[in-house]
Design a binder for this molecule. Structure first.
Ligand code: ZN
Length: 351
């Protein structure tokens, strides 16, 4: 959702501020997520117009979007320093600089860039982009009283917990990280910043959504203190398996539930929901239209499905599916036998 909105913002930015067909073309490619093509083309254009700030901005953004933060920074900085009109170019440059520095764990520069973007106040979208990051990256003044503690893989931020609770919490999440990652074997670009809230209401005011959630592309988790050990960690760790081209709610949430380390009886939950709601569940339909189903059924059902899929066909095939999580790709990955697997699964739950 976030990425789609960002695409729309930049497209709108380019339409409103269109200066040349080249800039429009780059904006279209960027909006379609074709970052490699953007980088190739803009490097070509920069040979004849090396100081064009629009080119420098889009190059910096595309590099940041593919995770080349160090390489992105000088281009973004150039756009910021040379946009004398304090326009949308400077604003987006600062917003993206704030993200790059965050990913490089240079929190001071990150905070300063995001707050400068807000002060420039050039476009509502860039301001909102940065204001949201000030909230989720931990720069709002509400975090001043929080306790920060680091373990091997995680930088924890605690709203209000005793030293003993903090120690227990850190140990259990660090163990969960290791346990889950024996499956995914991911390397993360930075430590996970893990915010642990005691108040859901306070969180909603600062991060503007309900707990808990992960922002895998930024290695961030915001969690209520009583959530499962593994769900949000799985969202982050699974995101860094190789070559993901498309996610679906059914597989992505199913994976997070499957590895939540909660030991819940999901079959019982699924059957009870089906009985209470007097509805039959068709896997193909819930897979394709996952957004139309409430968490109460989608989460345990998808979690159970993923668990049985891995049990039957193994890890390698599952990671193959995880790259492109569509129903169609599952048919390719699992072959003809998959139809039977789904039929048996549906018969088991719909009783
Ligand atoms: Zn989730």
């Amino acid at each position: 959702m976030k990425t789609k909105l960002t695409f729309i913002f930049i497209i709108i930015g380019f339409i409103v501020n269109a200066q040349s067909p080249q800039v429009q073309e780059l904006g279209n490619l960027y909006g379609a997520g074709k970052y490699d093509q953007v980088i190739n083309k803009v490097n070509e254009y920069l040979k004849t117009e090396p100081d064009k700030v629009e080119y420098k901005l889009i190059l910096g953004r595309a590099l940041a979007d593919i995770g080349n933060y160090n390489e992105a920074i000088p281009h973004l900085q150039f756009a910021v320093d040379n946009d004398n009109d304090n326009s949308w170019i400077k604003a987006w440059g600062l917003g993206y600089l704030g993200t790059c520095y965050y990913m490089l764990s240079d929190f001071e520069k990150s905070e300063s860039a995001l707050k400068s973007c807000i002060n420039v106040n050039a476009t509502k979208n860039a301001t909102n982009f940065s204001a949201r990051r000030v909230g989720i990256f931990g720069y709002d003044s509400c975090y001043n009283s929080w306790t920060i503690k680091e373990s091997k893989n995680i930088r924890f931020h605690f709203q209000n917990m005793s030293d003993y609770e903090i120690q227990q919490y850190m140990e259990s999440r660090e163990n969960a990280f290791e346990e889950i990652n024996t499956f995914f074997e991911s390397s993360l670009p930075k430590k996970i910043d893990f915010f642990v809230w005691n108040s859901r209401d306070d969180a909603k005011q600062i991060v503007l959504r309900d707990l808990g959630f992960a922002e895998p592309s930024c290695c961030i988790i915001h969690s209520y203190f009583q959530q499962s050990r593994g769900h949000e960690l799985t969202h982050v760790l699974s995101h860094y398996t190789s070559g993901i081209s498309s996610k679906t709610r059914f597989i992505n949430e199913g994976t997070a539930v499957c590895f939540d380390l909660s030991n819940q009886n999901r079959l019982k939950k699924v059957k009870s929901w089906i009985r209470t709601n007097d509805e039959k569940i068709e896997i193909k339909e819930i897979w394709k239209n996952g957004r139309d189903y409430p968490e109460e059924i989608l989460y345990p059902l998808a979690g159970l499905f993923v668990e049985e899929l891995i049990e039957k066909y193994g890890k390698e095939k599952y990671l193959e599916l995880f790259k492109n999580q569509t129903y169609e790709n599952a048919q390719v990955v699992y072959g003809l036998d998959f139809f039977l697997f789904i039929k048996e699964f549906e018969e088991k739950i719909n009783v």
